[in-house]
Design a protein. Structure first.
Length: 653
């Protein structure tokens, strides 16, 4: 223990001298008092001496402080286990091993903590790095939490690159925080900078963008430039650039945005070069939104019908839709009384539609069309599957032309997990419209806000179904079915609860199967009745929104998930010395150099700083709640005043 009197000024010094003199005078007087002195005088004397001692302690700020013994010290190591440290794992292990050996040589205890999105104590560096690195770093929160666990003035070594994703100021704690910096840019390195990408682009349109590469002067190499989807790491675009040798070098490139719309997070990657050691600064993550200029719809009908006419008119009434439609007016077996050259009808352009132009559309509506009637090979149905898997939307409407055709078997199985009933493919009669997956239906076809009333409106407005064009087994019942699908409506009294409407997902796209005809009657019937006159428009608008992903609700959800802000994966351009500097300066510490200096031994100048901190004398201010000794404050002044008041009353008695 050591005693220190601090904060003395001349007034305090005079008061101390006077107090000491008063004590000496009082002691002399008590020794010279006659033996017959009354007990009252003795008590008064004791009270005066007690008051003088209290005042002396307060005025001199007498405090007894504990001096830390380095032999009893504990070194606390906070390991940054976030994604930006991926390139430094080997160096992180070596540095931690150096600290372990150093602490053991001094007889110090060592505690390790892992800092990612949450703070966790670990037993070894292997345990700290065994779990996958986390996408984000919460250094500030981890240190603030650590300050609530450790004793005041504990020594903490932070092993980090300073990349902090909480966008908060470094915490000020009662700890001594020292930082070892990781991720110093190597001399032979490529750095991706100043990425300029438009925030909003149009689907299928060209997207110009710019970026700068910094690299060692004279370097000449051809590098890959890749754009990935941050959500699933899928490669969206790739190109090559050539380094001229004159750094920095700006590049201007152009990519096609594709047809998948919505808010996106993409990653731009450059390289790495064959001679490059670090790749962490070769990435840039950015956000953008892909919008449709117009929804491009291809509508192919196997024959004229009211369903075709009503749906075509509905699509044409939507200004945001661009419609290209074909209807077969003459089948190949129809023998005209005149020569082909005398006919005004153009031949059906099957090859152009299915093999060349299909990928240019967002939505393909195929109604009652027979491939075998036109002698089209299976490759044409395979193109439909490819269209959906690559992100297109398909609405398949069965009808009389498809009753005896088997060409839709692969489409039914892969997209809807369904198969045709071998016999009795057509069943006449009037059937109920039974709704399955009620929550999903209410979310997708929300005609009325009240769920129960919404279901009742659809049941009454859609029924009865006059005839089933194709009898199907339920989704998932077909052998080898691979689809993720849901049966939304069935013909409830058709004997086998045959599906009427199936929604399916495959690859990046979506598909809808309708096994009955006559939705046009919903518009005609309800228009005459005067109730629910827009039920037809609601059905097709909702169906198109879902199949083209304008509605984000997937088949895996009953209801839309709450909007949760997405987080970009963490990448590092360089060590954030600014953050590390502010962190250590505000917590009685310092930056202890770069991790490369700690690979084999502890640098002597940095060791001296840590040992000096461990040997410090604690000097918290008067009345500091975290003081390890004790101090005389306002309570002792009150006590001294109390002693003097009691002594005054004794003298008056």
């Amino acid at each position: 223990m050591s005693i220190r009197i601090d904060g003395l000024d001349w007034i305090t010094a005079v008061a101390c001298v006077a107090s000491v003199a008063g004590i000496i005078f009082s002691l002399t007087k008590i020794l010279l008092l006659p033996r017959a002195t009354s007990s009252k005088e003795v008590i008064a004397f004791v009270l005066r001496v007690s008051a003088l001692v209290c005042l002396l302690g307060f005025l001199a700020r007498l405090s007894v402080k504990a001096k830390t013994n380095p032999k009893d010290a504990t070194i606390h190591v906070l390991i940054d286990a976030s994604g930006s440290m991926e390139e430094d794992l080997r160096q992180l292990k070596k540095t931690t091993r150096t600290i372990e050996n150093w602490a053991k040589s001094h007889g110090w205890k060592l505690r390790l903590f892992r800092a990612g999105t949450k703070l966790r104590e670990v037993k070894s560096v292997q345990e700290a790095l065994r779990a996958p690195l986390e996408r984000r770093t919460a250094i500030s929160s981890s240190l603030a939490e650590l300050a609530g666990v450790l004793p005041p003035q504990s020594c903490v070594l932070v092993l980090s690159d300073g990349v902090e994703t909480e966008n908060s100021e470094p915490p000020k704690t009662n700890l001594g925080i020292f930082a070892i910096a990781f991720g110093e840019t190597a001399a032979e390195d490529i750095v991706l900078e100043d990425v300029q990408f438009p925030p909003v682009v149009f689907a299928r349109g060209g997207v110009p963008f710019k970026f700068i590469l910094r690299y060692p002067q004279g370097a000449r190499e051809t590098l890959p430039i890749v754009i990935r989807d941050a959500a699933n790491q899928e490669v969206l675009w790739m190109s090559l650039v050539t380094l001229s040798g004159f750094s920095p070098q700006q590049f201007e490139l152009n990519l096609n945005a594709g047809k998948d719309v919505g808010k996106k997070r993409w990653i731009l990657e450059a390289g790495p070069a064959s001679w490059e050691k670090r790749k962490f600064n070769n990435h840039k993550t950015f956000s953008l939104e892909v919008r449709r200029d117009k929804l491009r719809v291809l509508f192919l009908a196997g024959k004229p019908s009211f369903d075709y006419s009503y749906l075509r008119d509905f699509l044409r009434s939507q200004s945001e839709r661009e419609l290209v439609s074909f209807v077969i007016l003459r089948n190949p077996e129809d023998a005209p009384p005149f020569g082909e050259s005398e006919l005004s009808l153009i031949p059906f352009p099957a090859q152009d539609i299915f093999l060349k132009s299909l990928g240019e559309f967002d939505l393909f509506i195929l109604q009652d069309f027979s491939f075998t009637r036109f002698g089209l090979p299976p490759i044409y149905t395979e193109r439909i599957l490819d269209f959906v898997k690559s992100g297109g939307g398909l609405i398949l409407m069965l009808g009389p032309n498809t009753l005896n055709a088997d060409e839709y078997g692969p489409v039914l199985q892969e997209l809807f997990g369904a198969a045709r009933v071998p016999t009795n493919n057509y069943e006449e009669g009037s059937f109920d419209f039974a709704i399955n997956n009620k929550d999903f239906w209410n979310t997708t076809f929300n005609y009325h806000l009240d769920p129960k009333q919404n279901l009742e409106i659809w049941r009454s407005a859609a029924a009865p179904i006059n005839g089933l064009e194709a009898l199907l087994v339920n989704a998932g019942g077909a052998p080898g079915a691979q689809a993720k699908s849901r049966v939304l409506a069935t013909a409830g009294d058709a004997g086998g609860n045959h599906p009427l409407i199936i929604f399916g997902e495959q690859g990046k796209g979506r598909a809808v199967l309708q096994s009955f005809t006559g939705t046009w009657l919903w518009k005609a019937k309800q228009g005459v009745a005067g109730s629910y006159h827009d039920i037809y428009d609601n059905f097709w608008a909702s169906t198109i929104r879902w199949v083209t992903k304008e509605t984000k609700l997937s088949l895996a959800q009953e209801k839309p998930l709450p909007s949760v802000p997405t987080e970009d994966p963490e990448f590092r351009e360089s060590v954030d010395y600014d953050y590390l500097g502010r962190l250590t300066a505000g917590n009685e510490g310092a930056i202890l150099g770069d991790a490369s200096q700690w690979v084999d031994r502890v640098p002597p100048n940095y060791e001296e700083k840590i040992v000096k901190f461990l040997e410090r004398e604690d000097a918290p201010p008067v009345n500091d709640k975290n003081s390890r000794g004790f101090s005389f404050g306002g309570n002792f002044v009150m006590l001294a005043a109390g002693f003097l008041m009691i002594e005054w009353f004794l003298r008056r008695l």
